[in-house]
Design a protein around this ligand. Sequence first.
Ligand code: PNS
Length: 164
Amino acid sequence: MRRAIYPGSFDPVTYGHLDIIERSCKLFDEIIIAILVNPEKRPLFTIEERQAMLLEVLDEIEAGRCTLRVESFEGLLVRFAVERRADAIIRGIRAISDYEYELQMALMNRRLEPSIETVFLMAAEAYSYVSSRLVKEIYQLGAAVQGLVPPSVEARMKQKFQKE
Ligand code: PNS
């Protein structure tokens, strides 16, 4: 039984994230999608909202026999991974610009916890420029985010920005 952690901010989840989760399902029996609780960041969505959004869209994934779980974590990622008896950490790489930071994190995590491997997966080219940050930015400036995030996420973004 192979278990992996897919960590991130997911503020909000995009089709790029879903693509990585689907690909991970081909390699692992269980994926724990782990939302980082980061007191230093001011996210658009609360942890509960991000968790609910992920649960809403996971049905769209062709998971096969792979089990998908959504959790949140605080503190060191490798500590959480060890607690959950995970074999690997999954990270998506979009472009070469992601690589430097991701390599640095992977090597630091390996130093902290040599038993856990980081697995890099490449998202589909169609999502190579999609990030939660840009999705929020263009939406706030009046552009459509259709095709970048699932409709349920778009609806929650609409609600959120209407309230603000
Ligand atoms: O979606 P993001 O914001 O790119 O995800 C970054 C994340 C959550 C993977 C990273 O910030 C992280 O692992 N934070 C937990 C704290 C930690 O373990 N830091 C040391 C990393 S070497």
